[in-house]
Design a protein around this ligand. Structure first.
Ligand code: APR
Length: 309
């Protein structure tokens, strides 16, 4: 294949992302992990599924970064996931060290690649990767909004008994309890959900979305969600690899947009071959802006924690 994607972290999210990339025929995939044998074993296992799944993606596993050279995209999932009772923010000191180290290696071997960060706490890890890579801001982004919006879309479809394909949803802000689902911009076949549901039901779905990650952690008990996070990161990778100019909510570095400076936070962006090609500024009501301000303050606080590590 003429495209190459490295997935760092061959755990639940990383291996599932590798599987989806290969089975969609998007790229060759290099899986990297610190555990010896695991990325190699998972890559080989996925290769052996290829004749049945009918794709020609080459999958390789590695513990070092030489094999990642010349990647178009690196999806960074390395780190620890949360357990019941933990918030994403509890992962910050461990994951900041891991994300810094792996980003430096990726940047060394693929200086022109685009980074999609998945490790949590997401927005803070984008800051770590942005600094460690030295890449321009259009080539560093975080996966959160696509996942949070997919969760909101799922709950809307379940509530109204309609196809998920008819649902669109926007969730902005940081990837945490303060995320900002936007019902006004969330639609079923173009109709805003505010015309289809009572405010109470919308509030319940918004709340379930904001706590969607914790709901899965509570059920799994030993780790966090990975099927939907992997799908979300691959949707972003596909938009970039195919230069689709797709509008998706992603964590992007804001430099004045929405009134924030030097802050990674989830906003609608245009994703294409250049990475984040445009930050789309949509009008927010006073209440929506207040909620986004609260979310931005939570990310700022984590930036403060990073500065002290
Ligand atoms: N380099 C490469 N891989 C690493 C490193 C490192 N320095 N440190 C840890 N890893 C690997 C682990 O060995 C493990 O295989 O990262 C992988 C993480 O996989 P899981 O423990 O299964 O976690 P997962 O569910 O995939 O979540 C990964 O994504 O959604 C976020 O919050 C989640 O931060 C977490 C990350």
């Amino acid at each position: 294949m003429d495209k190459k994607v490295t997935v760092v972290g061959a755990g639940h999210v990383g291996a599932t992302a590798a599987q989806r990339l290969a089975e969609k025929g998007l790229s060759d995939v290099v899986l990297v992990d610190i555990i010896e044998g695991v990325p190699q074993g998972k890559a080989l296992d996925l290769m052996e599924a290829a004749p049945i799944e009918k794709h020609d993606s080459q999958l390789t596993g590695a513990n070092a970064y030489e094999a990642t050279a010349g990647s178009d995209i690196a999806i960074i999932t390395a780190g620890i996931p949360r357990k019941p009772g933990m918030s994403r923010d509890d992962l910050i000191s461990t994951n900041a060290g891991i994300v810094k180290q792996v980003t430096e290696q990726i940047a060394k071997y693929s200086p022109d690649c685009i980074l999609i960060i998945v490790s949590n706490p997401l927005d803070a890890m984008c800051h770590v990767a942005y600094e460690a890579s030295g890449f321009p801001k259009n080539r560093v982004m975080g996966m959160a909004g696509v996942l949070d919006s997919a969760r909101f879309r799922t709950f809307i479809a379940m509530e109204l008994n309609v196809s998920v394909e008819n649902t669109h949803a926007f969730v902005l802000g940081g990837h945490g309890d303060t995320m900002v689902p936007l019902p006004r911009y969330s639609t079923v076949a173009g109709i805003p959900i505010t015309e289809l549901m009572t405010p109470e039901r919308i509030e319940a779905l918004v709340d379930r979305t904001a706590n969607g990650g914790a709901e899965i952690v509570g059920l799994l008990k030993t780790g966090s969600a990975y099927y939907a996070p992997a799908s979300a990161s691959v949707e972003m990778a596909e938009a970039i690899l195919k230069d689709k100019k797709k509008i998706l909510p992603c964590a992007a570095l804001l430099e004045g947009e929405y009134g924030y400076k030097d802050l990674f936070i989830g906003v609608p962006v245009k994703l294409g071959a250049g990475g984040v090609e445009e930050i789309i500024q949509i009008d927010l009501t006073a209440d929506e802006k207040t909620a986004l301000d609260k979310s931005a303050a939570a990310v700022e606080e984590l930036k403060g924690v990073l500065a002290k590590l």
